[in-house]
Each structure stands twice: as structure tokens, then as C-alpha cells.
Design a protein around this ligand. Structure first.
Ligand SMILES: NC(=O)C1=CN([C@@H]2O[C@H](COP(=O)(O)OP(=O)(O)OC[C@H]3O[C@@H](n4cnc5c(N)ncnc54)[C@H](OP(=O)(O)O)[C@@H]3O)[C@@H](O)[C@H]2O)C=CC1
Ligand SMILES: C[C@H](O)[C@@H]1OC(=O)[C@H](O)[C@@H]1O
Length: 285
């Protein structure tokens, strides 16, 4: 395959993660503003995929509210990125595992931005651990953050969209791990399958309100969540070798697929699942 097809900048090789262009660079100038005037909410956006998506949506014309749990400095950087794109940004701190945080995030976002058009459920954790001696607290925390947190956040956002009466787009960050297992992720992969299933059922429940619900299934994206796991060079090289496009993902790789599902370009897409994994899932032999 011609490596230039993998990125908006022809000179960038697909094997060089550092050289992968970020939204906002010169190579993005002149593109259509697909989210002009939209109000986007993103959970777990103080770093990683959430932060890249929040800034990327702003660069496509959206005002953005972010949720995060603890990283104040990271949240500030996210807001700075949103504002650098000339859009309004607001950060609202809260633990998605607390069902009360959902209503609070949506209400404060509406207060700041004036409504919700797009909701990205992204917050998640993956504390790697072996199965046989998995601590109960690790299982319950992972389920509470990744799955129940998603449930109540999506419900709160959907109620706001229904009240507004203009439809909307809900996007959940599921994972390739919704489809395949992981030895040290027995508590995590069921949550990602659950989030995918949640989007399928909410697509049905909310279709009558013109609210679309879709799942993104990232492969391995280099973030804090897997920094320690991939510090093992042998494992990292093995994971890279599984990817037909020749590299692991960067958080910015999730921006285009998110913007597409958030925008009117995907107005007849609901209940769908999109792998964003460089081809890793289909790479059997
Ligand atoms: N990276 C990858 O390879 C893949 C990631 N995913 C999914 O993408 C999503 C984002 O992952 P990624 O960017 O890698 O992770 P990071 O660890 O880089 O970032 C996680 C974000 O979620 C926030 N967060 C964590 N727990 C909570 C909580 N209880 N309440 C509110 N916010 C919280 C963190 O905020 P703070 O730091 O402020 O606490 C942080 O902003 C997750 O759902 C993950 O499962 C899916 C497939 C692959
Ligand atoms: C945290 C992992 O590296 C990451 O999370 C996922 O959902 C992917 O499948 C990767 O395993």
C-alpha cells in the first residue's frame, strides 16, 4: 500500500509515530469545518484520546466541554488547545463512577455552552492484572468507571438531547477489546463489549428522537493507559508487528473517525461499530 494514504501529509511515513501530523497543523488548513456551531461534550479528556478528540472537535468548529477526574494540569492543557482553535472550552471535574456526576456534567456544560449536540463517552481505565488473583476492588472499579459510568453519562446526555428536540450524536469509545480477549484484561474487555452493546441498544431506544449512537473501537493507541504495559520492548514490538499499517496508534488517529460520527456526514449511521486499529483485528495471517 502507498504509505501516503495513511495520513493527510504525503511526506509522513506510516512507521514513524512521532512524525504523524496533529490536527491543527498546516496540512489541515483549508479543510471543511464539519462541526461548525456544534456543542460537544467529552468525558475523560484531560489526556490521551479524550484530550485529542476534544481539541480535534474544536479545530473542526465545535465548542467543547470536558470531564476529567484528577489531572487539573492536563485539563487546563485541553482547554488551552480548544481555545487556541478559537472555540469555547470548559472543564468540569467529576468521577464518572459516581452516577450523580453525569447529571452534573451535562447541566454545567449546558450552562456554559447552551446545549449538547454531540456526546463522546471516553473516560476509561485499564489496570492490567492477572485473572486468578484479580482483586475484587479492581474489578468493581473498572466496571463502575467504564460501563456504569458510560451508562449514566449517556443517559444524562440523551435526556438533554431529547429535551432540546433536535436529535444528536452519541459516540462511545469501546475497543478492539470488545471483540478479542486479553490475558491481563479479564475485568476490562467485558466493559468494552458492554459499551459496544450499550450503543447498539441506545441506537434503538433513541432513534425516534433522531439521536444516533455509535461505537469507536480503537486498537492500541499510545497513551498513559498502556504506558507501563508497552514499556516492555518485546511486547511493544510484538504489538506493532500485528498492525498491517505498521505502527501503533496516536490519540490524534481517533479524531477523524470521531468528527465523522459527530458530523452530519454520518446522518444515516447509527448502531454502528468502527474499528480504528490500523488493521490489527483482521490480521490473522
Ligand atoms: N489507549 C488505547 O490503546 C485504547 C483506549 N481505549 C479506550 O479509550 C478511552 C480513553 O483511553 P486513553 O486515552 O488511552 O486513556 P488515558 O489513561 O490516557 O486517559 C484516560 C482519561 O480518562 C479520565 N478518567 C479516568 N477515570 C475517570 C473517572 N473515574 N472519571 C472521569 N474521568 C476519568 C482520565 O482523567 P484523569 O487523568 O484526570 O483522572 C483521563 O483523562 C478509554 O475508555 C479506553 O478504554 C480503547 C481502546 C484502546
Ligand atoms: C490499554 C490497552 O493497551 C488497550 O486498551 C484497549 O482497549 C486495547 O485493546 C489495548 O489493549
Amino acid at each position: 500500500m502507498d504509505s501516503s494514504l495513511a495520513s493527510p501529509k504525503a511526506a509522513v511515513t506510516i512507521t514513524d509515530n512521532k512524525a504523524h501530523p496533529k490536527p491543527g497543523g498546516a496540512e489541515y488548513e483549508g479543510r471543511a469545518m464539519l462541526l461548525e456551531g456544534k456543542k460537544v461534550l467529552v468525558t475523560g479528556a484531560s489526556t490521551g484520546i479524550g484530550r485529542a478528540v476534544a481539541i480535534g472537535c474544536a479545530q473542526h468548529g465545535a465548542d467543547v466541554a470536558i470531564n476529567y477526574r484528577s489531572d487539573d494540569a492536563g485539563a487546563e492543557e485541553a482547554i488551552a488547545g480548544i481555545e487556541a482553535a478559537g472555540r469555547k472550552g470548559v472543564a468540569i471535574k467529576g468521577d464518572v463512577a459516581d452516577p450523580a456526576a453525569a447529571g452534573e456534567f451535562v447541566a454545567k456544560s449546558v450552562e456554559a455552552l447552551g446545549g449538547v449536540d454531540v456526546f463522546v463517552n471516553n473516560a476509561g481505565i485499564c489496570p492490567f492484572h492477572a485473572f486468578l488473583d484479580m482483586p475484587v476492588e479492581t474489578v468493581t472499579r473498572t466496571m463502575n468507571v467504564n460501563l456504569l459510568g458510560a451508562y449514566f453519562m449517556v443517559q444524562a446526555a440523551a435526556n438533554q438531547m431529547v429535551a432540546q428536540g433536535n436529535g444528536g450524536s452519541i459516540i462511545a469509545m469501546s475497543s478492539i477489546s470488545a471483540l478479542v480477549g486479553g490475558e491481563f484484561q479479564t475485568h476490562y474487555t467485558p466493559t468494552k463489549a458492554g459499551v459496544l452493546s450499550l450503543m447498539q441498544s441506545t441506537a434503538i431506544a433513541l432513534g425516534k428522537h433522531k439521536i444516533r449512537c455509535n461505537a469507536l473501537l480503537p486498537g492500541t493507541i499510545l497513551t498513559e493507559i498502556n504506558k507501563d504495559d508497552l514499556a516492555d520492548t518485546e511486547k511493544r514490538e510484538y504489538m506493532e508487528s500485528r498492525v498491517p499499517l505498521g505502527r501503533l496508534g496516536q490519540p490524534e488517529d481517533m479524531v477523524g473517525p470521531t468528527v465523522f460520527l459527530a458530523s452530519n456526514l454520518s446522518e444515516y449511521v447509527t448502531g454502528a461499530a468502527m474499528l480504528v486499529d490500523g488493521g490489527a483485528f483482521v490480521n490473522l495471517q
